[in-house]
Design a protein around this ligand. Structure first.
Ligand SMILES: C[S@@+](CC[C@H](N)C(=O)[O-])C[C@H]1O[C@@H](n2cnc3c(N)ncnc32)[C@H](O)[C@@H]1O
Length: 202
């Protein structure tokens, strides 16, 4: 597979993230018909960069961190470089191959797990996680309910970056029942931000 390299400056480090040049070329008609499975993992989205910047500023040494929908896994790599014990997860096996490769090329150690949000018992069983990360996971309305149901099973703190997708409002409205939600603006996300969810029952 052809790959290209994107450079990201993060907390004084220069990271290189390898990814396919054109995700459209990866579309698999059969997988799409089965579950509308599009290769969104293959792009480094602005939300991933924004979340990695927030993560890089936090004291995470020794903390357990889980990323959902990791794609190329930049936030997971940032957390691992800060000394966290990281599990990067996605439902795409190809994403996890790139996540592992990108971690290795940047000197970060992390684990990966293949898991869909509707079938994530093994992620919950390994919890509670001290921090859950998710970047640009609300690009479809159908993602809102599975994520609202899953997050409380994983831990008591989550950081979610979103560029202001239409489903973001529905997600935040649902989340406020169980979580205190605060927002950090991000230069990469002029219509969205990085949202911190802290469980109301700590
Ligand atoms: C828009 S991409 C964002 C990728 C990465 N977080 C970033 O910001 O660069 C959404 C990611 O969520 C994953 N994903 C989508 N639906 C999923 C599901 N139901 N379970 C697990 N992962 C899912 C996709 O494979 C993809 O990697």
């Amino acid at each position: 597979m052809d790959v290209v390299e994107t450079t990201v400056e993060l907390a004084g480090r220069t990271l290189t993230i390898v990814h396919p040049p054109d995700p459209v070329e990866l579309i698999d008609e059969e997988a799409f018909e089965h579950e509308e499975f599009l290769p969104y993992w293959a792009e480094l989205w602005p939300s991933g960069v924004a979340l990695a910047r927030v993560v890089a500023g936090r004291p995470l040494r020794g903390k357990s961190v889980l990323e959902l929908g990791c794609g190329l896994a930049l936030p997971s790599i940032a957390a691992a470089l800060d000394g966290a014990q990281v599990l990067a997860s996605d439902w795409s096996p190809a994403a996890l191959v790139f996540a592992r490769g990108n971690a290795e090329r940047n000197g970060a150690e992390l684990e990966t797990a293949l898991a869909a949000w509707t079938n994530a018992d093994k992620l919950a069983e390994r919890g509670p996680w001290q921090l859950v990360l998710a970047a640009d996971v609300l690009y479809e309305r159908r993602n809102v309910e599975p994520l609202l149901a899953l997050l409380p099973r994983l831990g008591k703190e989550a950081l979610l970056a979103d560029p202001g997708r239409p489903a973001l409002r529905a997600f935040l409205d649902g989340a406020r029942a169980r979580w205190r939600v605060t927002e950090t603006p991000a230069a990469e996300l002029p219509r969205g931000g990085v949202f911190r969810l802290l469980a109301k029952s700590l």
